[in-house]
Design a protein. Structure first.
Length: 378
């Protein structure tokens, strides 16, 4: 059995979907969109909530903003409060990014489909949603457009479209932005929703000042689990990711082995750093159970690492792949301050290793099978 890498580069129809599930690809993508709904909803609310926290802290120094003017016109101003007002406030940040990403993604999909005389492939909406949910709320629209264009062209379409890429398209576009505009994507602060407000992510607070700084900021473990902390647009809520995981697993769309492997790897490496006391930096003191709820570990494990095209196809390979990503997340977080979350680079590393993991697990299985046959024949 051949691995996926030669198939991807030779532009032959991939075997992965035949091996993984019998559902047709459009149906699979529809369920992924449904599974993303809780993360989208939580992202809308939390973005609006954190924006209002920033405005409250700035007080009279808060600069004028077109979003506030629009909220006042809708009768949902700051004085009104309430969940609905916060959701609408968050939507005013998310909707422009989502619109730009969707228009450009479908435009590139259409251009490549027309040039190749093919139908437009499925999965574009999933790429758009995941890409947008992993952006900082204050991302300029032109950067969003540049990133999604790179994701579609160089992460997906140049290889032949859905099923032929070997890297996750959304992460490919995000990696381009992270390395091209590091101060905007991972700088300090990376979450300045309101001009003049030096916001930062919850994990960055813990990494820089330890757990005492996180407590002083008013964040608890349950806040991080529910998603009531500053972060990227859609990755803060572990609860929302778990609801999405239940949908994907129940429909046999995503591998629970990959999700579990990521959690096992992150937990194990967190325990290693906690027990070994390898450094005096505040990041090394972050307890292992906090690593699971801060940043994008849960979102990455559920929606990004489980991409059926760029992940391994064998069950043992999925365990190895998941554990590798979980270990890499914690290592990158603790030893590379330039990338305080680590999920993006960890999953891309896993994508690059997936063909190799499949190669060795398939060879090992073949050798075991041959050994058993020779033993039974003797």
């Amino acid at each position: 059995m051949s691995t996926r890498a030669p198939e991807a580069f030779a532009h032959r129809p991939p075997l992965t979907l035949q091996l993984r599930r019998r559902l047709e690809l459009p149906g699979v993508m529809s369920w992924v969109v449904i599974a993303l709904v809780p993360s989208v909803a939580m992202g809308l609310w939390n973005t609006g909530h954190q924006a209002r926290v920033a405005i409250a802290r700035l007080g009279a120094q808060a600069p004028p903003d077109w979003r506030l003017a629009m909220l006042e016109g809708l009768g949902l101003g700051l004085a009104e409060g309430g969940v609905l007002s916060e959701i609408v406030h968050g939507a005013l940040y998310v909707a422009p990014l989502l619109f730009v990403a969707a228009v450009l993604a479908y435009a590139w999909e259409y251009l490549f489909a027309r040039a190749r005389h093919r139908l437009m492939g499925p999965g574009t909406l999933v790429t758009v949603l995941i890409f947008t949910l992993l952006l900082p709320p204050a991302t300029p629209l032109w950067q969003c457009g540049l990133g999604i264009s790179f994701a579609m062209v160089f992460g997906k379409l140049i290889f032949g479209g859905t099923g032929r890429n070997f890297l996750n398209p959304a992460l490919t576009g995000l990696a381009f932005l992270y390395f091209s505009f590091p101060t905007h994507m991972v700088g300090d602060p990376m979450w300045p929703l309101i001009a003049g407000y030096a916001g930062t992510t919850a994990y960055a607070i813990a990494a820089e000042g330890g757990m005492s700084a996180l407590a002083a900021a008013g964040f608890t473990w349950w806040d991080a689990f529910l998603g009531r902390v500053p972060g990227l647009l859609g990755q803060t809520s572990v609860l929302a990711a778990l609801i999405g995981a239940a949908v994907l697993i129940s429909r046999r769309i995503a591998s629970w082995r990959i999700m579990a492997g990521v959690l096992v790897g992150a937990t194990a490496m967190g325990l290693v750093f906690n027990s070994a006391q390898l450094g005096a930096h505040s990041a090394f003191t972050v307890p292992w159970h906090w690593h699971l709820v801060l940043g994008g570990v849960a979102f990455g494990a559920v929606f990004v690492a489980t991409d059926p095209v760029s992940a391994p196809m064998t069950d043992p390979g999925r365990w190895i792949y998941g554990v590798l990503i979980g270990v890499a997340v914690v290592v990158i977080r603790l030893v590379n301050p330039a990338h305080p979350d680590g999920v993006l680079l960890a999953v891309l590393l896993g994508n690059l290793c997936a063909p190799l993991i499949d190669h060795f697990t398939i060879r090992l299985h073949a050798r075991k099978h041959a050994y058993r046959r020779s033993g039974s024949g003797a």
